[in-house]
Design a protein around this ligand. Structure first.
Ligand code: 4AZ
Length: 855
């Protein structure tokens, strides 16, 4: 087994060695050198970022098999001894039986073994007593072979360093193995041994890198006996399946094993070099284990005296590598913007993801691919990149296998004939790992994608803020759909604009990709806006699920770790949530308990009328606010006042400016009410207010009392500071309401009873709304306060036809609960109740005593 920290990789299992090869284990002709020569390959003569080794270059490299497949690497240190990593053999604290393991020696390609390759059974596995898990060190093991290896050109032992041996940091050493070539990307056939040059990193330099939060916000404490090798910028490294293999450094014509591949955080990641078990400190332990075995391992003395000081370069200071991708001189000037020019069609926009690869929507080209999988005219294709004097030629097109039927996989990779030099421009965009979690509130922008319009809409220049997973998922998700938890792959990414981009215009949306910024670095977060028509906010397919495919094809795209980790409140959300209902126009009435950005009541509007009073308004659709007529239009006045509407406010006091939006009211619409003044007014705003965490429409209730809902009057304590307050109420049954207020009750009025002590929470002149939080999870508007009353509300239900006709995007929920309005002429009111109308509480008491009047 090979192990790593916290990244869920699968074990690389390579199928059994062909039969002829197995047989060679049965011919133990053995060369017994008098004096064990070590660390000298025959003169004839991956790992991440490595390349195929030449046969015979690393004759001590062995492959450790269990269950017929390669699991770990190891090194031959004596004819009967192999050095490897303890974690390959310890599972759940128990050492696995030696009989399950075999050692394959002299192998180069595991698919096509050469002469000299042979297999040995393992007689014994020895692990230091204090080994428990890789992060705690002592990750080494000795394997005693059942019979000695047959030494020859392809099979030779490596030299071991003495305890006093000093490997200077900065030394270029090599490591080898058949492990994954990238995270979760196994070495392809024919499984040729990979080699890569790694530099030894000083302890302080390595600790410095690992002390900075990296993937999963993790840090690591290095311990004595550990050694790091690699590069701050990553890209060359060991990976799963390399564990147990050697890190060797040449000194005086001999190769010494400085380290044993142990673990790391991921593979090839920036600032996360590989961690090895240092071999020198274990000289005594190794000698003790192999005692009496002849010939034993060789520990040649170091040619030069251990250096400390003058000749060794001073310990490097803390050199952190910065991302090499995703830097833009200014938003909109994207150095990765690539235009693919294909004869006979409009340019297709994509993004440069590495020196040699451009990511594009496959839909640009699917019609041009012929039966051999390649376009017939690829010769004539060109790619334009920023700051490149000439167009690049194209070598290959690799469409995603699901591209033709799955919009979320509408991707293809285009390989350039020659890699481009990366500089300020062109420069690749960063790609997210599958586990990347773009924080709600992240700043995002759009970039052209596919066959973009010649002139992109203004939204391409505007900054949007990413909505939280719950909001975005539920805006588009089915009712009751489970919401992915923070850290799970999202189904959609939604950027919300604080200001809308184009008043009333909806454009074809698949022409944009979504870029999101973390710590000044841009990631390609999403592709193809999939929201249809005018549904806002837009939603993009997350790109992160495609990271493994992109790195598999490109071998070197810039997958970058998450850079911002301030999860805020949403990250603490651990309970699975489900989505409330929504309509064809998107969700309404969403109000997450923990709003990391934005305001608590995203549909609450301040309606400033003619500069002299403020009424409460409720956003019912992106361009429409509902208010009480009596508050916005004063009796007797014939002129339409000048009205301004503010959204995204949470009181007049300190406000996050970016969340506030204001609009003029350009018309006031009233229903035609025969002979009666209409209680509700719809205010048409000068332009849409696109949904965002601080301005989302509420749902409207069609009638009846939503069963199981909790209801509130939402207003301001004080019309001056306008800090929202909610007073808990119960909506009285229609009969009780009717009986209580029959003399004054216009048709379609709701009555409420305040919870103990809540009556005075909101002032009433601003005409506060009555809202309920339904069992389904959405917030619905029931009505707006009737003039001068705390308890009576003009219901929206009876106005459904008018509201829906006037505001196409208004969200009425399906009817639920019992119908509210009783047939006219109900005279089931007990006389006492009518008398109690001045005191709803007394009335309720009566109601409880009089089952007759219950609905
Ligand atoms: C592993 O899983 C493993 N990049 C080995 C080495 C490294 C990571 C994982 C270091 O065996």
């Amino acid at each position: 087994m090979s192990q790593h920290l916290l990244l869920p990789f699968v074990i690389l299992a390579i199928s059994p060695i062909p039969g002829a090869f197995q047989d060679s284990a049965l011919s133990p002709t053995q060369e017994e050198p008098e004096d064990l020569d070590c660390g000298r390959p025959e003169p004839y003569a991956r790992i991440v970022g490595g390349s195929d080794a030449q046969p015979g270059t690393w004759p001590w490299q062995v492959s450790l098999h269990q269950g017929g497949g390669h699991i770990c690497g190891g090194s031959l240190i004596a004819p009967s001894w192999v050095l490897s990593a303890a974690h390959c053999f310890v599972r759940n604290g128990t050492l696995e039986p030696a009989a399950e393991w075999s050692v394959v020696l002299g192998v180069h390609s595991q698919d096509r073994p050469l002469d000299g390759a042979h297999v040995r059974a393992v007689a014994e596995i020895l692990v230091p007593d204090n080994y428990s898990k890789v992060e705690l060190g002592s990750d080494l093991a000795l394997l005693r072979l059942a019979s000695p290896a047959r030494l020859g050109p392809a099979v030779r032992p490596v030299c071991l360093p003495r305890a006093s041996h000093h490997f200077a940091h900065g030394t270029a050493c090599w490591t080898t193995g058949w492990g994954d070539v990238q995270e979760a990307d196994p070495l392809p056939l024919p499984w040729v041994l990979q080699e890569v040059e790694l530099r030894l990193l000083g302890e302080a330099a390595c600790q410095c890198l690992y002390s900075r939060p990296g993937p999963f916000n993790l840090t690591l404490q290095l311990l004595p006996g550990m050694l790091c090798a690699g590069y701050p910028e990553g890209r060359r490294d060991t990976c799963q399946g390399d564990s147990g293999g050697p890190l060797v450094c040449e000194e005086g014509g001999r190769w010494f094993q400085a380290g044993i591949t142990s673990f790391g955080f991921g593979c090839g990641r920036r600032n996360r070099p590989g961690v090895f078990t240092a071999v020198a400190p274990y000289e005594a332990w190794i000698r003790e284990q192999v005692m009496g075995s002849e010939p034993g391992p060789a520990f040649p003395t170091q040619a030069q005296e251990p250096q400390s000081g003058p000749q060794e370069p001073r310990e490097e200071n803390c050199t952190i590598a910065l991302p090499e991708c995703g830097k833009a001189p200014q938003p909109g000037a994207w150095p990765w913007e690539a235009q693919v020019m294909v004869p006979g069609s409009r340019p297709c926009h994509g993004a440069l993801v590495s020196e040699s690869w451009v990511l594009v929507p496959a839909s640009c080209f699917l019609d041009r691919i012929s039966s051999d999988g390649q376009p017939h005219d690829l010769e004539a294709w060109r790619v334009l990149l920023p700051s490149r004097p000439r167009a690049e030629r194209v070598a290959r097109l690799v469409p995603h296998e699901n591209a033709s039927w799955d919009d979320a996989s509408d991707l293809a990779l285009l390989q350039l004939r020659a890699p481009v030099n990366l500089s300020a421009a062109p420069r690749p965009v960063c790609l997210p790992h599958p586990e990347h979690y773009f924080l709600p509130g992240s700043r995002c922008r759009l970039a052209r994608w596919g066959r973009g319009e010649p002139a992109p809409g203004p939204s391409a220049q505007l900054e949007a803020e990413l909505l939280g997973g719950w909001w975005c998922h539920c805006l588009y998700g089915r009712q009751g759909a489970p919401v992915p938890l923070a850290g799970d792959p999202p189904h959609a990414l939604c950027p919300a604009y604080q200001e809308e981009e184009e008043a009333g215009r909806c454009w074809n949306d698949s022409r944009w990709s979504l870029l999101c910024r973390e710590e000044g670095t841009w990631f390609l977060a999403g592709i193809r806006d999939f929201s249809s028509g005018c549904l806002r906010p837009r939603a993009f397919f997350p790109l992160q699920t495609h990271g493994p495919w992109i790195s598999h094809v490109t071998r070197g795209a810039y997958l970058e770790d998450q850079l911002a980790w301030d999860w805020g409140l949403e990250g603490e959300e651990t309970e699975a949530q489900t989505c409330p209902p929504h309509t064809e126009h998107g969700a309404c009435g969403l109000r997450p308990e923990a709003a990391p950005v934005g305001v608590l009541w995203p549909w609450l509007a301040e309606v400033h009328v003619a500069g002299d009073r403020v009424c409460t308004g409720i956003l019912v659709a992106p361009g429409w606010v509902l208010a009480a007529t009596h508050c916005v239009l004063r009796l007797g006045s014939t002129t339409v006042p000048y009205i301004e509407v503010y959204l995204g406010r949470a009181g007049a006091n300190p406000l996050p400016q970016g969340h506030q939006v204001s609009r003029l009211v350009i018309s006031i619409r009233l229903p035609r009410h025969l002979g009666l003044s209409a209680p509700l007014a719809l205010l048409e705003l000068s332009s849409r207010v696109e949904p965002s965490p601080s301005a989302l429409p509420i749902c409207l209730h069609p009638g009846g009392i939503p069963p199981g809902a909790s209801c509130w009057v939402l207003g301001w304590k004080d019309p001056q500071d306008r800090v929202p307050v909610a007073a808990a109420v119960s909506i009285l049954t229609s009969r009780l309401c009717h009986c209580l207020y029959q003399s004054v009750l216009p048709p379609g009025t709701l009555c409420v009873l305040y919870a103990e002590g809540q009556e005075d929470r909101c002032e009433v002149n601003s005409a506060p709304p009555l809202l309920c939080h339904t069992e389904g999870g959405s917030w619905v508007l029931m009505g707006m306060a009737v003039r001068g009353s705390r308890e009576l509300f003009a219901a929206v239900g009876p106005e459904e036809a008018w509201i829906s006709q006037t505001v196409g995007e208004a969200h009425f929920l399906p009817p639920s609960g019992s119908p509210y309005w009783p047939p006219d002429g109900s005279n089931l009111c007990p006389p006492d109740l009518a008398r109690a109308s001045g005191s709803p509480r007394a009335a309720l008491f009566l109601l409880l005593l009089t089952p007759l009047i219950q609905n």
